[in-house]
Write a new protein. Structure first.
Lengths: 263, 151
């Protein structure tokens, strides 16, 4: 049950999450607060949220500012429109999703994946860990995510010359990054790379301290040398990858287990 | 001295038994197969056992031969669903190639009930103590070049 307090005009919005173990539902208690304050937990939570969903790295100062602004606007929303049943349900759904996903992740993290499993993945995918492969990128630089997304949507199915034409017309800066070693490339870029392919665009990426980039993969240069990252160097990355692939399976197993345990 | 020799003989005899390549009518090895070392002998043994199991639908047992990470990602039930399309009744080992000391590609011929033979390849990986097979789904037509070669 959500208590809807519309009558505190100058109050601050505070979200309290209460979980009652005797029931399967998550109950959200939304009540205004008298003072605008942002805790360090809220700053950490907002930074984590932006990083996970948008690959966007916020500073502490930036997160505090945004968190405070969100509170002001949220409070005004309740004052002006109240919380509809749909609003309440949506907030509960988001909370349930967060808790459900984290339940799976924590269970996964409690179980260590054996070295044998990790090493078998490493051997089967060893080409991905070749150190000699290099990539040439052309970077289209933006300081506004919306403009970057708009640009990417327009060019992603087109060739480079079309993107260059748009960039020239709209004064978008471009930079060339040649011979970037594959194994040193930022993981946020690497996950979008298509094995050994050239001539395509990556979705907008924000790298901490730098502009938002829409990267064009100009050349993928495969190395002749057989140098690879060692298993020890990549085993954590492999464990993370396997857990991501295994997420739905573990989720389904947990649901079956808890359904059986619940009368 | 005689007792010592007898003991050594027993050890070699039983070791040989442990590493013996089984004979099955549905897995045919070339007569001129030249096995160079114990590791390769183990590979041929695992290959023979595996395709005997697959030809007879013993998927609970063939599952144990699959790559450890594939077993981590796919339950036995999922595995059975993914490879249920296999229809070979016999397997003929053609040749063994090595990508490196831990990765082997075995060329084989699959014999079907109408006696048609189709050439396919197997990937085997040596992980810590044994050779493991990489399986590919056989329900749908191959979706990429690798699947087409190894399905």
């Amino acid at each position: 049950m959500i208590r809807n307090k519309k009558n505190n005009v100058n109050s601050i919005f505070v979200l309290l999450l209460a979980f009652f173990s005797s029931s399967l539902a998550v109950t959200i208690d939304i009540s205004p607060d008298k003072n605008i304050s942002v805790s360090r937990y809220e700053i950490a939570a907002l930074k984590s949220y932006m990083k996970e969903l948008f690959r966007f790295h916020m500073s502490d100062k930036g997160a505090m500012k945004v968190a405070k602004e969100n509170k002001i606007l949220a409070n005004e929303y309740i004052k002006k429109y109240g919380l509809s049943d749909f609003d309440k349900s949506k907030i509960e759904v988001m909370a349930n999703t967060y808790l459900a996903d984290n339940m799976v992740k924590r269970i996964q993290n409690e179980i260590k994946i054996s070295d044998k499993v990790l090493y078998s993945y490493y051997l089967d995918n060893k080409e991905k860990y070749k150190t000699g492969d290099k990539i040439d990128f052309i970077s289209f630089e933006f300081n506004d995510m919306r403009k970057a997304i708009d640009f990417y949507v327009r060019v992603r199915d087109k060739d480079f010359s079309y993107a260059q034409k748009i960039a020239d017309e709209e004064n978008v800066d471009t930079k060339e990054f040649l011979n970037q070693k594959l194994f040193k490339i930022d993981p946020n870029i690497k996950k979008y790379l298509d094995d050994h392919k050239s001539g395509y665009f990556l979705p907008p990426i924000y790298l901490k301290g730098r502009n938002i980039k829409v990267l064009y993969v100009k050349n993928y240069k495969q190395s002749d040398k057989d140098d690879y990252l060692s298993f020890e160097q990549v085993k954590d990355e492999i464990a993370k990858k396997l857990k991501e692939k295994n997420f739905i399976k573990v989720r389904n197993e947990l649901i079956e287990k808890y359904k059986r345990e619940t009368p | 001295m005689i007792k010592y020799l007898f003991l050594v003989f027993q050890i070699f005899f039983f070791l040989g038994c442990g590493m013996k390549i089984p004979h099955y009518s549905d897995v045919i090895l070339p007569k001129d197969l030249n096995i160079s070392n114990e590791k390769e002998k183990l590979l041929v043994k695992r290959f023979t056992e595996y395709w005997h199991l697959r030809s007879n639908g013993a998927l609970e047992d063939s599952y144990k031969y699959e790559l450890p990470y594939q077993r981590y990602l796919n339950t036995l039930e999922e595995y059975k669903r993914m490879i249920q399309g296999y229809r070979g009744i016999k397997t003929k080992l053609v040749k063994i190639d090595y990508i490196d000391e831990n990765q082997s590609i075995i060329t084989r011929k699959v014999v079907y009930s109408d006696n048609k033979e189709i050439e396919r390849k197997d990937k085997w990986f040596y992980i810590r103590d044994n050779w493991y097979h990489k399986f590919y789904q056989t329900i749908f037509p191959p979706s990429n070049q690798e699947e087409a070669q190894f399905q």
